[in-house]
Structures are given as C-alpha cells and as structure tokens.
Design a protein around this ligand. Structure first.
Ligand SMILES: NC(=O)c1ccc[n+]([C@@H]2O[C@H](COP(=O)([O-])OP(=O)(O)OC[C@H]3O[C@@H](n4cnc5c(N)ncnc54)[C@H](O)[C@@H]3O)[C@@H](O)[C@H]2O)c1
Length: 338
C-alpha cells in the first residue's frame, strides 16, 4: 500500500503521508521519534525543533530535515499537518496549545500535561478545531499488550482478578518530576486499558532519597469494580532494569516481561480452584506466546498518521490522556499525605 522510496545508503523508507510532519524536542526520547518518523515518513519529516546543540544529531539521521530553534517555522508552514511533541512534561501544555491553535494535529508525549485541568483545555480545543490530539501512551501500541487484551476479551484468563506492574531501573533520575509522573503513566494506561475502567480507589506511598520532595520510588494500589485489584511499583533506584506486567485471572495467568531479550510473553495455565471447600492447585507449564515484533513507537506514529488521514479517534486520545492523568493526580494526593 505504501510506496517505497530509497533514502541514502542504509535506509529504505516508506512514504506514508502526503503532508509533512515535525518533531519538537530532540532529546533522549525525541531522537527515537526522529529516527522512527524518518523511517516511516521519509522526506515528509520536514522539521525538527530544539536548541542548536541538537542539530548535528538530527542531521546525522537525515540531511534533508530542516533544523530550527524556532517553532514558528512549523506553525507558519501549511504543509505541516502533524507535530510530535517530545519536550519535558512541564512544556507540553503551552507548546501543544500553540500548535492546536495553529491548526496542527498533535501527538504529545506522556504525561500530556502536569494538571488535568490543562489536559481538559487541550482536549476541548482539539475537539472544537476537529484536530487529532493523541498522547504517547506507548504501551497501548505494543503488540504484546494488544495480544494480552485479545486473550482477556476471549475469556482465556477467566475472570480478571489482579494486575501488577513493576517498572524499575537504575535510570534517568528527573529532578522536576517524580518517578510516579515519569514512569507510571505507562502502567496506569495499560491497567486502565486492560480493565476497560478507571479505578474506584487509589492509594499510594513513596520514598524520597535524592531530591527534596521528589519520590524516587512509589507503590500505587488500585481497586476497580468487580473485585479487580492492581498495583504499580516504579523506581529509578533499582540495581537492574525490570519491566514486568503480571495478569492473574481465575483460569490462567499471563506475564509480559519487556525487559527480557526473548520469550517476553508467557501464558501460564495455572490457578487455584475451590473443590468442596478445599483449594486445589492447577499448575501446568507455561506456553510462550508469539507477537508481532514491529516496534511500538513505529505503530504509535503510524496510528497518528492514520488518524489524521482517516479522521479516526486515536486509541490514546485526549479523553484517555485525561483518565490517566486523573489517576496520577489521585495517587499523587496520597503521596503528599505521608
Ligand atoms: N513514551 C515513552 O516511552 C517515553 C520514554 C521516555 C520519555 N518520554 C517522554 O518524552 C518527553 C521527553 O523526554 P526526554 O527523556 O527525551 O527528555 P530530554 O530532557 O532528554 O529532552 C527534551 C528535549 O526537549 C528540548 N526542549 C525543551 N523545551 C523545548 C521547547 N520549548 N522547544 C523545543 N525543544 C525544547 C530540550 O532541549 C531537550 O532536547 C517527556 O515527556 C518524557 O516523559 C516518553
């Protein structure tokens, strides 16, 4: 369906859109957006915006990208329809508002904003201008997460009982936002996606070691309708990387370990059944589950482009972003108490 265009020595790119795309913010994560957009959209990735020290890294990816420190270049170019914003969270509101007001569709990184009132303003603005507002809840585009959702919906796990997510690393320590805001948006978005619901109750505790008032470790506990429970443990003070999602149903269980090299998704036909009032264990070997190996970021950007061309509502739209942000805020309020 997509025409192939050749690009330099090492790249073959797929031209997906007739309009141009821009990336604002070319830091650690933003450069992944630049590389992916370059692969997907070829020379339709027209602009990258950041401070001058990022120009070389961008130009090394593609010499045809126009690099600028000035976002008005993007705003004034009618050929640019979609903009990816990957700047620090505290800048998302102003930059996204400016872009939406200029008539651009926006894919903004998580968390959409730092306050749900601001996310509501952005969502209302996008709706009133009939523009796409999508948030980078990457895991909602992960083929393994989509596979888990499919298995749940087919009833292969039975009744959903418990979900937990560990997102741990000796990682990028932020001093302007805590670990909850940095890591947990992903886990909240996945848990709310899998349960198809928002939690009735949210509790959270956290520990501060490095920067005053900035939690390095948090544990968030959530209770959903129908006796479904979940917890999220996130830390950037951990000896090794672990991204582990465990889903317990009353028939079977699934473990997704994205931090493993292979065999990331395992199905466990295990459980406890009450037989005549006695708990009886069913304990069979796990089965590896295959899933599409396309990068989630590629699928996320593709989804953004398709939503623009086909006027579709993104899976991680403004409403979804607000629901995740509200859960973050509820957890944050609990953190302040201790
Ligand atoms: N989806 C994911 O899995 C994922 C992973 C990591 C980070 N993120 C998110 O991506 C965003 C960026 O994170 P990062 O780790 O790349 O941060 P970073 O600090 O490495 O990069 C941010 C970049 O934005 C630039 N910038 C700041 N203000 C700007 C402005 N007004 N205009 C243009 N550029 C500006 C900075 O110069 C910097 O290069 C954050 O919201 C973060 O939460 C998402």
């Amino acid at each position: 369906m997509h025409s192939k265009i050749s690009w330099g020595k090492n790249y073959t790119k797929h031209k997906m859109t007739d309009f141009s795309i821009a990336v604002v913010g070319c830091g650690k994560w933003g450069m992944n957006h630049v590389k992916t957009a370059c692969k997907l959209f070829g020379d339709k990735l027209k602009y990258c915006i950041d401070s001058a020290d990022k120009e070389k890294a961008v130009k090394d990816i593609s010499g045809s990208i126009i690099f600028s420190e000035d976002i008005s270049k993007v705003i004034e170019d009618a050929d640019v329809k979609g903009v990816i914003v990957s700047t620090p969270a505290e800048t998302h509101f102003e930059i996204t508002k400016k872009l939406l007001n200029a008539g651009k569709h926006v894919l903004v990184e998580k968390p959409i904003t730092l306050k749900s009132e601001e996310a509501v303003i952005l969502n209302d603005l996008a709706i009133s201008k009939r523009l796409i507002l999508m948030v980078g809840h990457l895991l909602l585009y992960h083929p393994a997460v989509l596979k888990i959702k499919e298995l749940l919906d087919e009833g292969r796990l039975g009744k959903l009982q418990y979900i937990y997510s560990n997102r741990l690393n000796l990682g990028t320590v932020r001093t302007e936002e805590n670990i909850l805001w940095s890591f947990a948006p992903h886990d909240i978005s996945v848990i709310q996606f899998l349960t198809g619901d928002i939690p009735e109750k949210v509790n959270a505790t956290g520990s501060v070691f490095l920067t005053k008032n900035i939690q390095d470790t948090t544990l968030t506990v959530m209770k959903f309708k129908n006796n479904i429970h979940a917890h999220i443990y996130v830390s950037w003070l951990h000896p090794f990387k672990e991204q582990r999602l465990v889903i317990i149903g009353d028939k079977s269980m699934i473990v997704f370990e994205d931090s493993l090299k292979d065999n990331k998704l395992k199905f466990y036909p295990k459980g406890i059944e009450m037989v005549n009032g006695i708990p009886v264990k069913r304990d069979e070997d796990f089965i590896n589950i295959e899933f599409d190996s396309t990068s989630p970021l590629e699928l996320e950007q593709k989804h953004f482009a398709e939503c623009i061309t086909q006027k579709k509502t993104p899976r991680s739209d403004g409403k979804n972003a607000i629901e995740v942000l509200e859960t973050l805020e509820r957890a944050q309020k609990e953190l302040i108490k201790i």
